[in-house]
Design a protein around this ligand. Structure first.
Ligand code: FVH
Length: 296
């Protein structure tokens, strides 16, 4: 059974995201206490009904749920250390971007202080918080998550990923990798057409149409990645490796740095050299490995 709403919540960190989170909690009716290193950032939230704490420890003491959204793991750890004596009995939901290893370490540290730990990854930018399309990934202490699920829904759709506290972080970072691939591709493409005289604004709808069509390929590509059956479906890696050279040559001619594209060329060439030339693009996943040679 889910717990009643409107229990007291504390928000540590009032950067662009922390302010959006605190605003969403207030709008949903949660009594909210906020703390930030630079106190001036709390003014608008105070006007919207937030209590402003003078220290992180004071804020933690005021909230049954403590939502943390700070710059990074180092800052989070330092802020929570200052509030450590107040942590027992509370639930910490850490929405600061971090790695799975950081989530594991913090979960252990928070749990050792008598609190429950849920790690989260926010898949939204600040203006999207509380709006359709925003979602947040969670993993860690399931009882704590279920206890606070309705309150957390103020931020956006909730996605539970299980008891391993690192799972939210790895999915968050993987989704960011997909996003940077897309935006990096768009910026590279824009540099090319701008060098040829087309403004990015005129080009963007063309990119949107193309990427939307390509998005339709994702389910089949995912099935290929999972099964290891990399059918070319008319677009072999051999063909793509041959035409990719044109992309790099055109960049040279246009005076556009091809730094974002060269790793793709290298992967295509390596795949062909290893005998995967008649397979499809999904086969590249088998070549993604770290320096120690561990496969993706
Ligand atoms: N904004 C976004 O688009 C993304 C969306 C997805 C999630 N990320 C992550 O959210 C964390 C916070 O991001 P943010 O956008 O709020 O970041 P800033 O506006 O830069 O605010 C940073 C807050 O951290 C505080 N802070 C920094 N250093 C310290 C410190 N040494 N001691 C105490 N607090 C510190 C800072 O305080 P102040 O500068 O206002 O005093 C802000 O509260 C982040 O992990 C994103 O990756 C956002």
């Amino acid at each position: 059974m889910s717990a009643p709403r409107h229990r007291p919540v504390a928000v540590l960190g009032l950067g662009a995201m922390g302010r959006a989170l605190a605003g969403a909690l207030l709008a949903a009716g949660s009594p909210t206490t906020v703390w930030n290193r630079s106190p001036e950032r709390s003014a608008a939230l105070a006007g919207a009904g937030a209590d402003v704490a003078g220290s992180a420890a004071e804020a933690v003491a005021a909230g049954d749920l403590v939502v943390v959204c700070l710059l990074d793991d180092d800052v989070t750890r330092r802020v929570l250390e200052r509030a450590a004596p107040a942590l027992a009995g509370r639930t910490v939901v850490n929405l600061t971007n971090g790695t799975p290893a950081q989530a594991h370490r913090l979960a252990e540290w928070v749990t050792a202080r008598g609190a429950r730990y849920v790690d989260g990854g926010i898949m939204a930018v600040p203006f999207m918080i509380g709006q359709p399309g925003a979602f947040v990934l969670y993993s860690g202490a399931e009882d704590a998550f279920l206890d606070w699920r309705d309150t957390l829904a103020a931020f956006g759709d909730v996605h539970w990923l299980g008891a391993d506290p690192g799972r939210a972080a790895v999915h968050d970072l993987a989704l960011l990798a997909a996003m940077y691939g897309m935006f990096g591709g768009f910026l590279h493409a824009s540099a090319m057409v701008r060098a040829a005289g087309t403004p990015a604004g005129r080009f963007a709808p063309m990119v949107a149409g193309w990427l939307t069509a390509m998005l339709g390929e994702l389910p089949a590509m995912a099935a290929a990645v999972d099964s290891g059956e990399h059918d070319a479906d008319g677009s072999s890696l051999r063909m793509q490796a041959a035409s990719f050279g044109n992309l790099l040559a055109a960049c040279r001619d246009l005076g556009v740095d091809a730094g974002l594209m060269r790793p793709v060329r290298d992967l295509l060439d390596e795949a062909v050299a290893r005998g995967h030339g008649e397979e499809g693009l999904s086969a590249l996943v088998g070549l993604l490995r770290d320096d120690a040679g561990r496969p993706a």
